[in-house]
Design a protein around this ligand. Structure first.
Ligand code: FE2
Length: 244
């Protein structure tokens, strides 16, 4: 855990935020799901300033009780899921440079804050994410269970789509914060399956290139329904105690 030293962001950093913000908000028009668009407004993010984590936590706290925890970079799975279980989201304080604009190899502030935070204002998403944290924490010594939970996290929280007005809309942060993949994931020729929890849990994924397939929730309510479904699958499939 680190501090966000806001005064250390340079004019160049602020410019990077502004250009990324402008590009993504334009790209996501009519492509992002309603919960994200509403969340972005609720958080009050704007092009002229990198968000202050203190203010982010204050606003999130007022809506769903989540906070962001500033971190220097990626945290290990155990820490990550333990934080989620406590309604704390680890967010990176560093921001990519102009030279790295489209080529970062690990999440930066733009991905974590622009991509993830707005949806944390949504009750269904906020509860789903906390539940994943609980389940993962409980099964932290079970490599198979953790692999399945990573797959679920990947195809929902990072690369998830949801059907709205018969159109696939984006809610995965990996998509919301990436210019190229926004086009790819909703392209007519891209493979999209209707979300099925058991299938997603067993799915393999790559971090190295655009996804070859995406899973589309039939409705936003499916996130909440997945919580109960996951509990049942845990008991039946993994021979483990269901999570209360
Ligand atoms: Fe992420």
């Amino acid at each position: 855990m680190v501090q966000q030293h806001y005064d250390r962001y340079t004019a160049q950093d602020q410019l990077v935020w502004k250009v990324l913000f402008d590009r993504q908000t334009a790209l996501l028009h009519k492509r992002a799901c309603t919960a994200f668009t509403r969340g972005l407004q609720r958080m009050g993010f704007h092009r002229n300033a990198i968000p202050s984590f203190e203010e982010v936590s204050e606003r999130l706290g007022q809506s769903t009780g989540w906070t962001v925890v500033p971190v220097a970079g990626m945290v290990n799975d155990a820490t990550f899921f333990a934080l989620l279980a406590e309604r704390k989201f680890p967010a990176t304080v560093w921001l990519r440079s102009m030279q790295q604009f489209d080529f970062i190899d690990e999440p930066d502030l733009f991905h974590d804050v622009f991509g993830h935070v707005p949806l944390l204002t949504d009750a269904a998403y906020a509860n789903f994410l906390q539940f994943l944290g609980h389940v993962a924490r409980r099964h932290q010594h079970d490599a198979v269970a953790l692999q399945r939970l990573r797959a679920l996290y990947w195809f929902t929280v990072e690369f998830g789509l949801v059907l709205e007005d018969d159109q696939p809309r984006i809610y995965g942060a990996g998509l919301l914060s990436s210019a190229g993949e926004v086009h790819h994931c909703v392209h007519d020729e891209t493979t999209r399956h209707s979300f099925d929890l058991a299938t997603v849990l067993h799915q393999e994924f790559t971090e190295l290139r655009f996804q070859e397939q995406y899973f589309v929730l039939p409705s936003w309510d499916q996130l909440t329904e997945s919580i109960a479904e996951l509990s049942a699958l845990l008991a039946a499939d993994w021979q483990l105690k269901p999570v209360e």
